[in-house]
Write a protein that binds this ligand. Sequence first.
Ligand SMILES: NC(=O)NCCC[C@H](N)C(=O)O
Length: 476
Amino acid sequence: MNIYVDSEINQLERLIIHSPDSGLGKVVPSKAQDWLFEDIVHLKTMRQNEYDYYVRILLYFLDPDKIKNVRQAKVGYENRKFFNPEKEEYFMSDKVLEFERLLADILKESRLRRQLIAAVSAIEECSYQEMLDFEKMDLKELTKVLITGINAKEEMFFPPVPNLIFTRDIGIVINDHILLNRPAKMARSRESLLAKYVFFNHPYFEDLKGKIIEVEENEEHFLLPEEEQNSRLDTLEGGDVMMVAPNHLLIGISERTSLEAARQAMRKLFDKKVLTKVSLVKIPAKRDYMHIDTIFTQIKKNVWVLLSSLGRAAEKQKKDRIWEELGQKEKAEKLVIKQFYIENDKEKAKSFENLEDLLDDISKNDLHSDQETVFVYSGNGEFPYGAREQWTDSCNLLVIKEGVAIGYDRNDKTSEAFEAAGFQIKHATDLVCEFEDGLTDPDEVENTIILLPSAELSRARGGSHCMSLPILRKPV
Ligand SMILES: NC(=O)NCCC[C@H](N)C(=O)O
């Protein structure tokens, strides 16, 4: 299978998703935060009224033959087998790939089944007997257990991995390579283990042989005293990695991605000659921001959506420094940007003052945009909407083709800002009706922000960018 991504905006042709599984409906309030959810979610609403629309939109654009006869009025919740990867009736597209089905495919091989059962049993500290019981399970039940932790009799062996819907974070395709994550949070470790097995073993990823890059723990870590060993040093999550232009990768240094891991990834990519330019963007390490893709994403060659308080606005606030020196509490949050690039076989470095300068440089110099670079700000840059809407993923959009992106419907001020920048705003539910009635053709949709219903999805703190792992885009 062809794997290639060299931009964030060129036509999306193939991606990996994971539909909300039953494990998400088992999150209890006392564990919601540990499992990285802001709240418990109503699974039925999240699936039928929200996520299934995401899938519908993806299919209309990437694999229209699969969806053309599935009209929304006919698909009730009890009858949503078409969207449920556990069912025979699941749509099974090779453009919109479901992680759970990829996992089920590799579990057919007994050697891999045994290895994966042993590996998961080890990290989840299962008893030996449980491990033997897993080996006796049929394929369907075993797949369900590995993802949700729960068997057919509803017995729970280990916690679910509710964040697997955010497939972006398990790995990033960089040209024809893939960089796998090393998650910062325990709640996400089983996801990354399952992902490793899938990418190393699924026949679809045959072409990735020798092109899978993993982040390894620095050997010095093993020598640290126990108290200091508790936090992992070398961690990297896909939401912090953005392939913005051929040869140019952004890596965020954040709550989740460490400087050590970012540096290690950059070294490996330079040594393998996969890239010639890497920009490291250090953002404040806090839950609000999590990954760089919660702060900005690209919509067109010359259009970006971002959080203004971390952009040039923060620069202006630095003028308050005189008061800060006199004791006033520091207001501006700092963002540090360093760019490393290879020129005439030598590695060079330079700095950018603020996020807009970096993004403008990418638009003009890497992507050769001849238009003015446009910045759409979260919440239209107005207090307090910028922060409110960033929290519910106003800056985390997935581009299906240049200028056409999927976002959430709850970020009203950001949508107004998109409208003011010349975009059409369309609710996914309306657009699906138009597609069904033949009033609009996906090929003709341009400059449009498609809004997904998001009341439940946003409680998990990730948007459509996080819910996608693009593996094929039209090359730049
Ligand atoms: N790329 C992203 O920003 N992913 C969002 C991940 C949300 C998930 N609840 C987490 O905290 O890991």
